[in-house]
Design a protein. Structure first.
Length: 676
């Protein structure tokens, strides 16, 4: 009986235990189902913000007009980074990354639970995890949300990995990961790493190179192939073995990749046209590729010419030079050299093209242009005689010509073409210094930020301070028929310079005035009278040219333009030390001559410059060189020049005429004197 009772008790105990196991299983399943449903609801209600996926910190890459890299500037994290799409990444690199980081990437939903179970078992048996069990999606979650590298950090990492899987396709996740992963040596993303270690785009990686870069993801600093090549190569072999074991490559590919010698080195970042790229960066450009207007081939040649020129004249006190070349169609900067050597000395990084200096006589054309707007013409006569003007604080100001000579009455064309100082001041006084300053600012001389009384009549002789870039812009305005331009360094993809329309309502000077100035500055006869027959400003093609020399021989300038290009050159010393009586045509002229020839004769220019055709309303006249009136048979010298039709000389010269002399006393013969 007792035996029977014992069997019954045993049976009841087994049934109870089984029911408890069933209940436990049911409870467990219910809890898991509830947790799963709660997780799905949470994932549905809390999707990945779009901003989390869009804020990629690209570095700034400044490109020339042909897309060649000039300079790359690191992003806010101090790394070089360039976003590329998956199609622009080597398939070998993708396969290598999947093999070593997440071989079941395309079969799981963000979390590889088999790997998680394996890592948990390792943690329980050994007391510490031996593998992180992180999928590529989980690693991307950590990159985006900065989860800590700890056991507790895995939970939010898993949660965000599941959110990513709901928001993105597998290819999108892989694209995000390969662009955001850190590869060491200050590179973020596979494109930056490929260029840094191998000097090539990520699309062109070989199998051996792809395996090496994929291996860096485990420990980028410790596996740096430049600093620790043995460790990097060991890791590369491990990656290749994983690719072989997972069927991604064949044995022959494996063996060939293992034998391939790797030319591993940190390729230095491109650094070219430093003054120009500094200028571009000062405009707060956005991250990514920035295509500029620079012609890097022209830039390199001009840099060499600048260095050679400064070296040849250093005995005369010339220590530096700066050059700007503008495309007059839209103001594009084609070349910008700010100093002889950007890396040379404390002042090498100073950009002489945007530094304020006294421009000397280079502002005279704007003075005469204003005079032509107010009714004067190239045939108008201006007195080159000693004159004193009342300056600031009651002081007297008496201008002097460079030659220390006075020439009496001269035509305005002669006065400007020969760059005479005394007539220029007289013309400035006639047009009004306030009006002149207003017009200069309209042209683009924003550096002239004091009032007219501060400068006085000396403004036309260059006692203010302007930049070389402003001068280039100002002279380009003459080439553009009076329409000002602002120098631009970044290419606008929506603007074609050949078809860009000029805004007619923005003219600063009329088309007629600009033609008259261009004609005067292009006259080589006047240039020879000013600087001699062997001066370096004589070219074998027409070009309007003006020189300038600041007080005490501190600055030399030459600015010239054709219809297409403007070339502006400055030479001197950044510290303001005077040169050894070196004026513009000597200090800057030879360099200008070489650069002008270089710019004009480049193959990109279809034809040589020609003299501009006179616009409607302009005619050519012959006048007496002394009076500016219509020539008579008694005038000993005459000049052929252009004038507006409305202001052409209408009276004959009365300075030269036939008169009778009384031979007895040498005086004028009276009307009663008998005819001979």
């Amino acid at each position: 009986m007792e035996n029977k009772k014992s069997k019954i008790a045993t049976f009841l105990t087994i049934c109870w235990r089984r029911r408890r196991g069933v209940r436990l299983a049911v409870y467990t399943a219910a809890v898991l189902m509830a947790a799963y449903l709660f997780l799905q609801i949470l994932l549905f209600l809390n999707p990945i913000p779009a901003a989390s996926l869009q804020g990629f910190p690209e570095s700034r890459r400044i490109l020339d007009s042909q897309g060649q890299l000039l300079r790359e500037v690191v992003n806010r994290d101090g790394a070089r980074a360039k976003w590329v799409e998956l199609k622009d990444i080597s398939p070998l690199l993708i396969e290598a990354t999947l093999a070593v980081e997440d071989s079941r990437f395309y079969s799981h939903h963000g979390v590889d639970w088999r790997s998680v179970a394996r890592a948990a078992r390792q943690l329980i048996t050994s007391g510490q995890p031996r593998s992180g069990a992180s999928t590529i999606t989980m690693q991307l979650a950590r990159l985006l949300f900065h989860h800590p590298h700890s056991v507790w950090g895995k939970f939010p990492q898993i949660y965000n990995a599941l959110r990513l899987e709901r928001a993105l396709s597998k290819d999108d996740i892989l694209t995000q990961y390969l662009n955001r992963a850190y590869y060491g040596a200050g590179t973020t993303g596979i494109e930056a790493a490929s260029r840094r270690y191998f000097g090539k785009p990520g699309l062109h990686l070989s199998l051996a190179e792809a395996a090496l870069l994929a291996g860096l993801l485990k420990a980028p600093s410790d596996l740096n192939p430049v600093q620790n090549p043995e460790a990097a190569q060991k890791r590369q072999r491990f990656v290749l073995k994983r690719m072989l074991d997972t069927g991604r490559i064949h044995i022959k590919e494996f063996e060939r990749a293992c034998r391939e010698p790797l030319n591993i080195k940190e390729h230095p970042p491109e650094l070219a046209a430093m003054h120009f790229t500094d200028y571009v960066l000062s405009q707060n450009i956005p991250p990514g590729d920035v295509k500029t207007t620079l012609d890097s081939g022209l830039q390199e040649q001009i840099e060499e010419l600048v260095a050679q020129h400064v070296k040849s004249l250093e005995s005369g006190g010339l220590t530096n030079a700066a050059v700007v070349v503008l495309d007059n169609r839209d103001g594009s900067i084609r070349a910008m050299v700010g100093s002889t050597d950007y890396w040379g000395g404390d002042s090498g990084c100073v950009n002489g093209t945007i530094s304020r200096r006294q421009p000397g006589s280079t502002l005279k054309p704007f003075t005469y242009a204003l005079a032509f707007e107010k009714g004067f013409t190239p045939a108008s006569v201006v007195a080159d005689i000693e004159t004193r003007y009342l300056g600031k604080c009651g002081t007297l100001f008496s201008p002097r010509n460079y030659s220390e000579k006075l020439y009496g009455p001269v035509l305005m064309k002669e006065a400007l073409g020969r760059s005479l100082n005394v007539p220029a001041v007289r013309v400035a006084n006639a047009v009004g210094i306030h009006d002149l300053l207003t017009r200069l600012r309209a042209v683009g001389f924003t550096s002239l930020d004091n009032d007219a009384d501060f400068y006085g009549l000396g403004l036309t002789l260059g006692n203010g301070e302007v930049t070389l870039l402003e001068l280039a812009q100002g002279y380009a305005m003459f080439a553009r028929d009076g329409i000002p331009c602002r120098a631009k360094s970044i290419t606008d993809p929506d603007t074609d310079p050949d078809t860009a329309e000029m805004k007619q309502d923005s003219r600063v000077f009329s088309e007629v005035t600009c033609f008259l100035i261009t004609d005067i500055l292009s006259d080589e006869r006047l240039r020879i009278r000013a600087f001699g027959a062997a001066n370096p400003l004589l070219l074998d093609f027409p070009m309007a040219i003006k020189t300038g020399t600041s007080s005490n021989w501190r600055d030399n300038w030459v600015v010239g333009y054709t219809r297409r290009y403007t070339v502006a050159v400055w030479t001197g010393d950044f510290e303001g030390n005077p040169m050894n009586q070196m004026y513009g045509a000597i200090g800057a002229g030879p360099l200008f001559h070489k650069i002008a020839n270089l710019v004009v004769r480049r193959s990109a220019i279809p034809e040589m410059p020609t003299r501009p055709e006179p616009p409607p309303g302009v005619e050519q006249v012959v006048v007496c060189s002394l009076s500016g009136k219509t020539q008579t048979e008694h005038c000993p010298n005459c000049r052929t020049l252009y004038v507006p039709k409305t202001d052409r000389p209408r009276s004959q010269c009365r300075m030269h005429r036939l008169i009778r002399i009384d031979k007895r006393n040498g005086l004028l013969a009276s009307e009663r004197f008998p005819a001979p």
